[in-house]
Design a binder for this molecule. Structure first.
Ligand SMILES: [Zn+2]
Length: 324
C-alpha cells in the first residue's frame, strides 16, 4: 500500500472509484518531530480506509503530523479534516482558501453554467453528481496560508512553494531544490492531461496555466511526483507536450465554431473527448459539466488572443470567430 520513494518519503495510493484519474497519490514525509502528508483523497470511506492502512503501515502518528494541500479539489483536500488532529497545521494556498469562504458557493457556478448554455433542467443533476459537491471536507479546515516562495521544512526535505495558477487559481507545487524533487500536484501529470476549466470570464485560466508551465519548465528536476499516476520521461518535454496539446485544443474549438455563433455548451458537444460514449447525449452529466468548463477555458483563451469575440448581451453568452 505504501511505497518508499526516497529515504523518509513515501507514497500511499488512494483509490478514486468511478474517476478516470483512478488513484490519488498521497505523499508522506516522515520527519524527526513532525511528519507531513501532501494531499489526502476524497472524503469517502474507501479513501479513508486506504489512508488509515497506509499510515498505520508507516507508523505515522497523526498527533505529530501536518498537511499540505496542493489545491482545493476534493480528491486532494476531502479527507483533511478527518485526518487532522488538534495539533496539525494544514498548509494551503491563500488563493484557493477563498473557495472555502462560504460565499464562493456552488450557486454562482450553476448560474454561470446556465448562462453558457448548460440546460437548466440538467443543472441540479450536474451539481449533485459533482465530486467536489459530494466529497469535500465535512467542515471548514483551519488553514496555515501559503504564498509563492514560502518554505515548508520536514525531515530532510525543504519544500519551496511555487504558485502555479491554471488547474486552479491557487494551485501550488513544491520544489526540493537540493534533492531535485518536484511535487507537481495536478499542474503536470504524465499519462493523463490536467483538466483546465473556467467558470468565470474574469479569469483566463488557460493563459495562466501556460504561463505556470513556463514558470517551472527550467527547474533542475530528477524526480517529479504528480498528484495522479506516475512520473515518465522528463519534466521539460512533458511541459512542451502539454502546451502543444492545449494549442491544438484551441484550434479545435475554432474549427467547431467555424462561421457559426454558438454557446460554450454547444461547442463542448462538438469537440472530441477521450471518453467511452458514442454521442454527446450519452455522456454522464458530470462529464458534460467538465467538458463545458474546459470549452469555456479555451474560448476565454482564444478571446484573449483576439481570435473570437464573446457576445454577452443576451441571456446566453455566445461566441463567434473574428474575421481576419
Ligand atoms: Zn485537481
Amino acid at each position: 500500500m505504501a511505497d518508499e520513494i526516497r529515504k523518509g518519503l513515501y507514497r500511499i495510493s488512494v483509490p478514486l472509484p468511478n474517476s478516470p484519474l483512478k488513484d490519488l497519490n498521497s505523499y508522506v514525509i516522515k520527519g524527526k518531530d513532525r511528519n507531513l502528508i501532501i494531499d489526502t483523497g476524497f472524503n469517502r470511506s474507501v479513501c479513508y480506509e486506504a489512508m488509515r492502512k497506509g499510515l498505520a503501515e508507516l507508523g505515522i502518528d497523526l498527533q505529530q503530523t501536518d498537511f499540505m494541500l496542493t489545491h482545493m479539489h476534493a480528491d486532494h483536500t476531502g479527507l483533511v479534516t478527518r485526518l487532522a488532529t488538534q495539533t496539525s497545521r494544514i498548509f494551503f494556498s491563500r488563493i484557493d482558501a477563498r473557495v472555502f469562504d462560504g460565499d464562493h458557493g456552488w450557486q454562482s457556478l450553476v448560474d454561470f453554467a446556465e448562462r453558457n448554455g448548460f440546460p437548466a433542467e440538467e443543472l441540479q443533476k450536474a451539481l449533485a453528481s459533482h465530486p467536489g459537491f459530494k466529497y469535500s471536507p465535512q467542515k471548514m479546515p483551519v488553514f496555515t496560508l501559503l504564498d509563492d516562495g514560502d518554505v515548508i521544512e520536514c525531515g530532510n526535505y525543504r519544500l519551496r512553494c511555487i504558485a502555479t495558477p491554471g488547474h486552479t487559481q491557487g494551485h501550488i507545487c513544491l520544489y526540493e531544490e537540493d534533492q531535485k524533487i518536484f511535487f507537481s500536484g495536478d499542474h503536470v501529470l504524465f499519462d493523463i492531461t490536467p483538466h483546465i476549466e473556467s467558470w468565470a470570464y474574469e479569469t483566463n485560466s488557460l493563459a495562466d496555466y501556460m504561463a505556470s508551465l513556463d514558470k517551472v519548465s527550467h527547474l533542475a528536476v530528477d524526480l517529479v511526483l504528480p498528484g495522479h499516476r506516475n512520473f515518465q520521461g522528463d519534466l521539460k518535454s512533458r511541459i512542451d507536450a502539454l502546451k502543444i496539446h492545449h494549442r491544438e485544443r484551441a484550434e479545435e474549438v475554432l474549427e467547431v465554431l467555424g462561421n457559426k455563433t454558438l454557446n460554450a455548451y454547444e461547442i463542448a458537444a462538438g469537440m472530441t473527448w477521450d471518453i467511452d460514449c458514442e454521442t454527446w447525449e450519452d455522456f454522464p452529466i458530470a462529464q458534460k459539466w467538465f467538458a463545458t468548463g474546459e470549452a469555456i477555458a479555451h474560448l476565454r483563451y482564444l478571446e484573449g488572443e483576439g481570435r473570437i469575440s464573446r457576445n454577452a448581451g443576451q441571456k446566453i453568452v455566445t461566441f463567434s470567430a473574428v474575421r481576419p
